[in-house]
Design a protein around this ligand. Structure first.
Ligand code: CMC
Length: 426
């Protein structure tokens, strides 16, 4: 893969650094020779570090392009179902008809959870944040699947991926039902993945005539697809790092859920709605934007480490948002507020100069709210959908030789090297 070298020169000695090209995107420089030269590389926030080689997802942040297994995200979102996208993430190709039937059947078969798992829910206060519950119960799955699980066995890894993708909607809906004090609803075989999730969220045992609303379940499916994977982001890197120690995969996914929770990552969709609530009405927008420019607050749902152009997921999300609000006849003043923020941000030099565009989370919250999903569940839905990406990366890592992830540091603490006895301490 390497066909040229960069050179590191230290004290007159040259160290060749191979330049490696992938199929798309910037080439990377193999910096292994830094060790021989007596250095570590220093890159806070991993801004220029590629710790892995991957075949799953490609992003060109400058162009605003996102490909899963080579397919553009908007084409996947508009033409494929989420489970087909999951199959492609896991296996490298979209499924043919037979593979699709088989995969869907497996997911359906594994969508239930062990009845003992409900006791984990009962251990949480009824007002616990559903993300806190998800970190706990997904981690708890490792207790159900541990002794018999051999991560070096391909078949075991594959069934783990199926189980996780199948059970996430059930666990996510259970975390919501628990917070409402309503009985858990079990998945139904006659519903597809997104329909089942909405059914488990919103139906009650008394609801014998529960009917799916296809506009909402299709929008839900699209939201899942738009969140399915995003290459080496903070949560995926967390899953890979935890997985690199050989840890139980359910525990690794729980670590990913924890990393996703923060407002700089998956928690941003919840933060967008909180921000819109705080702004209140369009009259307050200008004053809020001044606060953003004084760096007192961030404009949530804007900016991205990788995209320095429109987030391609945000484009599809905006179209879906219009469809859902139109179909439900909702004229949400929050949408008007969001449009005003977007307009200012796309024109104001502060945002233009910094390439700050709306990201996926800017619109998803508005759609989820219209569907009737409470704000505290937004990040849970992100976690549900991203599980396919996390486990695909975990599978990719385990299918080739890998090393434990162990970064270095620049130490700037004391260099005392001598113990100070208690009586001598000031
Ligand atoms: N509002 C106002 N200013 C911003 C924002 C924002 N949302 N994002 C970045 N900036 C400014 C930042 O202050 C800095 O200004 P200066 O150059 O004057 O110091 C400049 O833009 C560059 O920002 P940065 O912090 O170096 O960028 P980053 O790559 O480290 O951070 C980010 C990326 C996503 C954490 C950040 O843009 C952010 O906090 N955005 C809001 C939260 C958000 O919407 N997150 C969801 C990301 S999409 C979902 C996902 O994939 O997880």
């Amino acid at each position: 893969m390497s066909n040229s070298n960069a050179t590191l020169t230290v004290d007159g000695k040259d160290y060749p650094l191979p330049i490696i090209k992938g199929t798309l995107g910037r080439p990377v420089i193999d910096v292994a020779a830094f060790q021989e030269a007596g250095f570590w590389t220093y890159d806070p926030g991993f801004k220029v570090t590629a710790p892995v080689e991957s075949k799953i997802t490609f992003i060109d942040g400058g162009k605003g392009e996102l490909l899963h297994r080579g397919y553009p995200i908007d084409e996947l979102a508009n033409n494929a179902e989420y489970l087909e996208v999951c199959y492609a993430l896991l296996h490298g190709e979209l499924p043919n008809a037979e593979q699709k039937t088989d995969f869907y059947e497996k997911i359906r078969k594994h969508s239930g959870v062990h009845d003992q798992l409900r006791r984990f829910f009962e251990g949480f206060r009824r007002d616990a944040h559903p993300m806190a519950i998800m970190v706990g119960v997904v981690g708890a799955l490792s207790a159900f699947y541990h002794d018999g699980l051999d991560v070096s066995d391909e078949k075991h890894r594959e069934i783990t991926a199926i189980r996780l993708i199948a059970k996430m909607p059930t666990l996510a809906a259970m975390s919501y039902k628990y917070s409402r004090g309503e009985p858990f609803m079990y998945p139904r075989n006659d519903f597809n993945y997104a329909q089942n999730f909405l059914y488990m969220m919103f139906a009650t045992p008394a609801d014998v005539d529960y009917k799916d609303n296809p506009v909402l379940s299709n929008a839900m499916d699209k939201i899942f697809t738009l969140h399915a994977d995003h290459e080496q982001n903070a949560s995926t890197s967390t899953v890979r790092l935890a997985g690199s120690t050989g840890a139980n995969p359910y525990a690794c996914i729980a670590a990913g859920i924890a990393a996703l929770w923060g407002p700089s990552h998956g928690g941003a969709n919840e933060a967008v709605l909180e921000m819109l609530d705080e702004i209140g009405t369009v009259e307050n927008v200008d004053e809020f934007m001044e606060k953003v420019k004084r760096k007192e607050v961030k404009l949530m749902g804007f900016g991205h480490r990788v995209y320095k152009n429109f987030d391609p997921r945000a484009k599809v999300m905006k179209e879906t948002c219009d469809e859902v609000l139109g179909a439900l006849g909702i004229n949400d003043p929050k949408l008007e507020l969001a449009m005003k923020l977007e307009k200012i941000a796309l024109e104001d030099p502060y945002f233009v100069e910094r390439n700050l565009y709306p990201n996926v989370d800017f619109y998803s919250g508005i759609i989820l709210k219209a569907i009737g999903i409470p704000t505290s569940m937004f990040t849970v839905i992100f976690a549900l959908a991203r599980t396919a990406g996390w486990i695909s990366h975990w599978l990719e890592m385990h299918s080739t030789p890998f090393k434990i992830g162990r970064p270095r540091q620049l130490y700037t603490g004391q260099a005392r090297r001598e113990f100070v006895k208690l009586e001598d301490r000031k």
